[in-house]
Design a protein around this ligand. Structure first.
Ligand code: CA
Length: 645
């Protein structure tokens, strides 16, 4: 956050010297990127274009005229086209695996068109018959079973032949990527010792055929501590010949821009390498347009740094570019993945499915199961990133496509509200629901502004939400003419911290009143009521178990509450066990508990008690066991302090 604020301040401080409007009018808010080199690489992965066109997709320019998408890209500041190359993405019957069916022939077609409009090609060799990423780096079928020497030779020859085909076709190859997201695996190899031979072979072929092209290695997950330093060190140790250390950066998964800058800066400074973002993207909408679910949509455990709007998509590109240009030495470019991959149709899943299967325009076809049975073979279908494209479902360019050119001079129009931040609330079923009076609008410059909101919450809805038990609700509202959403979880709220000991039990205190052998928080799922941890006790000697397990609350609002606790155990003999609540040292509520045998949890709930304020509230369990046989033992779990009506 601090980092982003700094970027914003710098941008604001120079705005005085920038023209207020660019020559080309646009509704897109874009701040000027200072120090942006003339030869900075703005790349677009366009791997699926041919398969999409085969499926009937048409692209348009900003005037609404049908146009070669490569011309549209070039006209809007794209300098490089990236294309993935799979060795042989076809089954025995010649049916494509999908994802564009991108073999070298496709790369030649795409490369020629890129060259025609003055753009260079980034040839992205996966060295696999289908998708290669950190999760899978499968060897091409034709190379299966090869020892590393033979595989190295095969990879060298293959790369050489492919590059010669591109050269013969007159394609202007600016960069060759040797492997895709090779985080310690590549082409079926799993040791850096073997991988480095393969990387060397790809680099050697590139130097021979395109001596002026840059050799890039590509990694993913910059957020994993020290991983990039390790990869770069390995490359250095093995003296792998490369120019560019490239990374994927998806802001919803891959950590902060500050971290991205740090890890790339470290590589650039330590090893004298160029660095770049080889893949980034952002969703312009939460909606799916092709009847095949998307990897990024509302909900899910992702970081949402920008709203899912056209402006949000542009803001990601601006921030990533600024990070690479101004906060990362030797930063040479940013490539978007894959802005031209749009829906093949908006009529029906059946109609689209036929196109995906026939032309390979979805991410995988059913035929891919012959190669990748566990992933593609199960989940094959359409486009999972159509909401991250820079063209809409009808092939019209989004305003965000103008961002690449606009970053040079900026388009600092007055920021306006672009979207509303969602409100997320947890409400106790027994407490009133209070919705906020304002919601944050995310402005087009990604700043926040509080707007008054009117919620559509009737008394009847409120009553139902409190009466229906634990449940999730969405309450709509209106703020600044836009629809606000409050996601409300009605729950039986537990006022205790670390109620199930999953956080390690630091909020809990064992007090040994005799001399038990073992009193601690144990991590053992099979002995826990929920989660994996619980409070454990055991002692071999008779009459050695007597203890309390307590938590003292910092704050509690006045009201009626009840305590629930669960216990199980064995070999206890005669016992005295109870859950209790103390206010200022006096027990105000208690519930007896008993131990029988393994797996038989006894859950006890105290009567409700009234808390009107006081110095302290302590909840706990008192356990005293005479012990029998091998000594008393037991487990305590899931302590709940809930409010009561
Ligand atoms: Ca989709």
């Amino acid at each position: 956050m601090k980092f982003l604020c700094l970027i914003l301040l710098i941008a604001l401080s120079v705005s005085v010297f920038s023209p207020a409007f660019s020559e080309e009018e646009s509704s897109l808010y874009v701040r000027k990127i200072e120090n942006l080199p003339d030869d900075f690489i703005f790349g677009m992965d366009a791997s699926c274009v041919v398969a999409l066109e085969d499926s009937g997709v048409k692209y348009y320019d900003f005037d609404g005229n049908e146009e070669d998408v490569f011309k549209v890209l070039a006209d809007n500041g794209i300098t490089h086209i990236r294309v993935r190359i799979w060795n042989h993405p076809y089954d025995m019957a010649g049916r494509g695996y999908g994802g564009g069916n991108n073999d070298i022939e496709k790369a030649v077609k795409i490369g020629r068109r890129a060259t025609k409009y003055g753009m260079k090609l980034i040839a992205n060799f996966h060295y696999s018959d289908f998708w290669a990423d950190p999760g899978k780096q499968m060897v091409p079928i034709a190379w299966a079973g090869m020892e590393i020497e033979e595989k190295t030779e095969a990879l060298y020859n293959y790369t050489r032949e492919c590059l010669l085909m591109l050269k013969d076709a007159g394609v202007d190859v600016g960069m060759v990527q040797v492997g895709n997201e090779t985080n310690g695996k590549m082409c079926g190899e799993k040791t850096w010792f073997n991988i480095q031979y393969l990387m060397q072979a790809g680099a050697r072929a590139t130097r021979e055929i395109f001596p002026d092209a840059l050799v890039a290695l590509h990694f993913a997950n910059p957020e994993k501590a020290d991983s990039y330093a390790t990869y770069a060190k390995k490359m250095d140790y093995y003296k792998v010949d490369y120019d560019v250390f490239a990374t994927s950066y998806y802001p919803f998964w891959h950590g902060t821009l500050e971290n991205l800058s740090n890890v790339l800066t470290d590589v650039a400074n330590t090893y004298g390498k160029k660095v770049m973002v080889m893949e980034t993207s952002y969703a312009y909408t939460a909606h799916d347009t092709d009847f095949y679910g998307n990897t990024i949509s509302d909900g899910g455990a992702i970081v949402k740094s920008y709203p899912f709007t056209v402006q949000g998509q542009a803001n990601n590109i601006v921030d990533v570019t600024n990070t690479i240009v101004n906060y990362t030495p030797s930063g040479i470019g940013v490539v978007y993945w894959e802005g031209t991959w749009i829906s093949v149709g908006t009529n029906s899943w059946e109609e689209n499915n036929e196109k995906w299967e026939t032309y390979g325009s979805g991410w995988a076809t059913s035929y891919a199961k012959t190669y990748d049975a566990n992933d593609a073979g199960k989940y094959y279908g359409g486009n999972a990133v159509d909401n991250q494209a820079m063209f809409d479902e009808n092939g019209r360019p989004l305003e965000s496509l103008k961002v690449f050119k606009l970053m040079r001079e900026g388009n600092k129009i007055a920021p306006v509200a672009d979207a509303l931040e969602d409100v997320n609330l947890i409400c106790d079923l027994n407490a009133p629901l209070s919705l906020p009076e304002t919601v944050n609008a995310v402005m087009t410059d990604n700043s926040k502004k509080a707007l008054p909101v009117t919620w559509n919450l009737t008394d009847e809805m409120d009553k139902t939400m409190h009466a229906a038990g634990p449940n999730q609700y969405v309450v709509d509202g209106i703020a600044g003419g836009m629809t606000a959403k409050a996601y409300v979880s009605m729950i039986e709220y537990n006022y205790l911290t670390d109620y199930s000991f999953e956080e390690g039990g630091k909020s809990w205190v064992f007090t040994d009143l005799k001399n038990a052998d073992e009193l601690y928080i144990e991590d053992k799922k099979t002995d826990s009521l929920t989660g994996t941890k619980h409070a454990h006790f055991w002692s071999a000697q008779k009459n050695s178990v007597e203890f309390t397990l307590e938590q003292t609350l910092d704050t509690l609002t006045a009201g009626k509450y009840a305590l629930t606790a669960s216990i199980m155990g064995g070999d206890a003999g005669k016992t005295e066990i109870y859950a209790y609540v103390k206010i200022d040292g006096d027990i105000v509520a208690a519930a007896p508990m008993s131990i029988t045998s393994y797996g038989n949890w006894d859950t006890a709930k105290t009567d409700s008690f009234l808390y009107e304020g006081g110095e302290s509230v302590t909840v706990g369990v008192y356990v005293k066991c005479e012990g029998a046989g091998n000594g008393a033992w037991g487990k305590i779990d899931d302590m709940m302090l809930n409010s009561v009506k």
